[in-house]
Ligand binder design. Sequence first.
Ligand SMILES: Cc1cc2nc3c(=O)[nH]c(=O)nc-3n(C[C@H](O)[C@H](O)[C@H](O)COP(=O)(O)O)c2cc1C
Length: 114
Amino acid sequence: MVISNHGGRQLDGASSTIRALPGIRAAVGNDFCLMLDGGILRGADVIKAIALGADGVMLGRAYAYGLSAAGEAGVAEVIAILEREISISLALMGIASIDQLKGSGSSAVVRYET
Ligand SMILES: Cc1cc2nc3c(=O)[nH]c(=O)nc-3n(C[C@H](O)[C@H](O)[C@H](O)COP(=O)(O)O)c2cc1C
């Protein structure tokens, strides 16, 4: 299942997907694949989503920015930047792998409301 609010551009008052994620994970249980999109622009955004219960994330604007700047190479660069940022953030948190992070609700990353 994909948690999406279509980029937040249809209903101004719609909840952000990251805010809805923990409740949806609690409702569906752990044996259910949950993907999320909306506002994933940095590696730390990926980490927050995984820590709060997503199995993976999808990109809308981020890949489009790379595509418009430099075509296929730009998309590859966006993905490479995200990978680097994820690695750096995990290292700063003292977490060795994404698996360790999954659903942890780690207090280092759950401050998504600021
Ligand atoms: C150029 C563009 C066009 C989009 N068109 C649609 C659309 O027609 N219908 C829709 O439900 N969502 C549309 N979206 C939203 C995406 O499917 C996706 O949910 C959203 O971009 C994810 O958020 P993000 O851009 O912050 O990564 C569009 C997004 C972009 C960037």
